[in-house]
Design a protein around this ligand. Structure first.
Ligand code: ADP
Ligand code: ADP
Length: 225
């Protein structure tokens, strides 16, 4: 399990600093919620960690390793996006296997690992389905499978439950917690929902205007009756 440390991260879009000297630490194997209103800079921060955006300033460490210059595919990060971003033309098994293909893993080994991860997420029966035939809760499982099939150290979830039916959300949370624990994933969960963050985080970081305002245990940050 690895610790993630982000120090003084800056990302500018023209005159706007979407991320403005943000510092954040993700303890190894724990689930940290990054809470903030829409536009706070959460997605941009997540994309910086994943290497999907270039940094204007600051440093990111995964364990002892400074990740500057390391390509997204080599960082050991799995990501789940808000709309899950499955490739519409590909069946579930090909969506999940695609990151392995990018890594040049031979088709036989790829098939084995895809079968294994579909079983782990209890979606084997959906292997041949197209994304548009899936419910939002099923689509999330497929997105999770695709994010972890490469056996990453870090899992980043960007408001993944936004489209999931309320009655399936607790189940989705159970699944995320189970995977995190079984695989020892250092996990960052982005949300603008205070209740969700308080209910499910082990660590909480509060973000607004590109900055991390405070971080710690949820109980320390919010005095609940
Ligand atoms: P959040 O995830 O908290 O909703 P974002 O990181 O998506 O916040 O956005 C933070 C700010 O950066 C917003 O003002 C947004 O409009 C701006 N922004 C994000 N991505 C881009 C981009 N590619 N180009 C210009 N502005 C952007
Ligand atoms: P094959 O060698 O089996 O044809 P490809 O590597 O060509 O596999 O890709 C399989 C499918 O994935 C193709 O339909 C391709 O258009 C699609 N695809 C590849 N890269 C992307 C991507 N970044 N986003 C969406 N679809 C993609």
């Amino acid at each position: 399990m690895i610790r993630v440390i982000a120090e003084g991260l800056v990302k500018r879009y023209g005159p706007l600093a979407a991320v403005d000297h943000a510092s954040l630490e993700l303890p190894p194997g724990e689930l940290t919620c990054l809470l903030g209103p829409p536009g706070a800079g959460k997605s941009t921060l997540a994309r910086l960690l994943a290497g999907l955006e270039s940094l204007d300033d600051g440093e990111i460490y995964f364990g002892e390793r400074m990740v500057h210059g390391i390509a997204p595919g080599d960082r050991g990060v799995g990501m789940v996006f808000q709309d899950h971003a499955l490739w519409p033309a590909l069946a579930v098994r090909d969506n999940v296997g695609y990151p392995l293909k990018l890594q040049g893993i031979a088709s036989r080994e790829r098939r084995r690992r895809v079968e294994e991860i579909l079983t782990t997420l209890r979606i084997d029966s959906l292997a041949d389905s197209r994304p548009d035939a899936l419910s939002p809760a099923q689509s999330l499982r497929v997105a999770l499978a695709r994010a972890i099939v490469t056996q990453p150290d870090v899992l980043i979830l960007d408001e993944p439950l936004a489209g999931v039916e309320p009655r399936h959300r607790d189940e989705a949370w159970d699944e995320i917690r189970r995977l995190r624990a079984e695989l020892g994933l250092t996990t960052l969960f982005l949300t603008s929902n205070v209740a969700e963050a308080l209910a499910h985080s082990e660590r909480l970081a509060v973000m607004d205007l590109g900055r991390i305002l405070q971080s710690g245990e949820p109980q320390e940050l919010y005095n609940q009756p």
